[in-house]
Design a protein around this ligand. Sequence first.
Ligand code: AHR
Length: 507
Amino acid sequence: MAAETAHLSIDASKAGAKIDRNLFGQFAENLGHGLYEGIWVGTDSPIPNTRGIRNDVVIALRALKAPNVRWPGGCFGDEYHWRKGVGPTGQRPATLNSAWGGVVDANSFGTHEFMDFLQQIGSQAYVSINVGSGTPQEAGEWLEYMTAARPTALAKERAANGHPDPYSVGFLGIGNETWGCGGNMTADYYLSQLKIYSHFVRNDNPSQQGPNQMLKIAVGPGTPETEWTETIMRAWQHHDWSWNIEGLSLHWYTVPNGWPPSTPSTGFGVEDYGKSLKSTLFMNELLRRQETVMDKYDPQKKVALAVDEWGAWHAALRGTNPAFLVQQNSLRDAILASLNLNIFARHSDRVRMANIAQMINVLQAMILTDKGQMVLTPTYYVYKMYVPFQDAKFVPVAFDPGTYTQGSISLPRVDAIAARDASGRLWLEITNLDPEKPVDLDAEIAGMTAKSAKGETLAASAVDSVNTFEAPGAVVPKPVSANLNLKGGRLALTVEPKSVTVVSLEP
Ligand code: AHR
């Protein structure tokens, strides 16, 4: 099909807000096979592992440079009692995972295993404490257990359990969806809990007393309504020394047909594709609405908006436990991921954290496993291609997105973001939403003299193309250098239909 043309104009000298690396955060809830089998196989497993954590998954995740991982929930977080997950593995009590399918949980993956996993993949802890069914004392003691450097009884217990040094906890979520599964609270009731918990959870790690301090994140909204945000931010504006937050969360899933999720994750066509992309682009408006309220009470943007659960929630794969939220991951999900990451980047003065749901085997996953097998999803490759955007400075891109029409749905044909990294390289991302037509891109680059350009693109034959254990290479990035042209301050490139492309320009 004939290519459409898109003109882009970029001034590389106009680098603005930092695209916080924490926008590329992950979420690993104790749900289905997210932790058990996905990460934890146990020390006796024939699956190659290091202290019970599977090696293949660790190697794959290291390449993503995941800045933080949120754990243990989600809804599970408000049912989790940390004491059951420490001590000799064989002596930990079995409990029920009532949040997700009522399965028996041996508690083999607890605090130490989570921290070991983070150390293996090179990431930071985002721990979600239990507000719904816990107490401030329990949460305070967990923090002391994890972070106390001085010889308290809890610090000694941690040492006896194998870790004398205090752990670092980068982020602390004070409850999860407390308007729903986290206790069905009103905003006012949660606010009173937030003040209590925020005061009584303390991080004693000496390395976290200065600029590396643990950031506390309050539960925020899960709908486009703004009352919840109003309540928390109005109070925050006048907060005293006894409580504080550095972030407010936002949860939003792409569920094109509404709840319960019904879009298939395999075997769908361009109608479902168009509907999903339309639905996911609402993220921009959602952020705008919440930001308007936050700007009113916090014009200096001290409190970050943390989109700590987002992604596509499709129908559960046939034959799987519906409580385990298992879905395939297609090229559609990759394009949907790039659109959301671009939205976050454009909002990066306020949105400084985001966590895709979820990392392994659950919802829009990076990785799928089945016993000893592992496959990387199209969404994984988007995260890998976006690594250079972590902590790079956002550079505005002027362009006419054009229109791609799918039935009664109108969508932008292209989307693009740019950023400058610490070494002066310019990174450009272009998403072609159109499933049929390639786009001839003509980008005018001012503010730098680019000597060379290279790039890679993620595309496939169909919007529902997926990677499987049998065919893991159906949707993988490939180089685009052959059709990349750099002349007189202009970049010319043809991008394939339904694709995600990242190009770097070397100064
Ligand atoms: O990610 C699955 C669930 O979605 C989480 O546990 C919960 O916070 C949200 O409703």
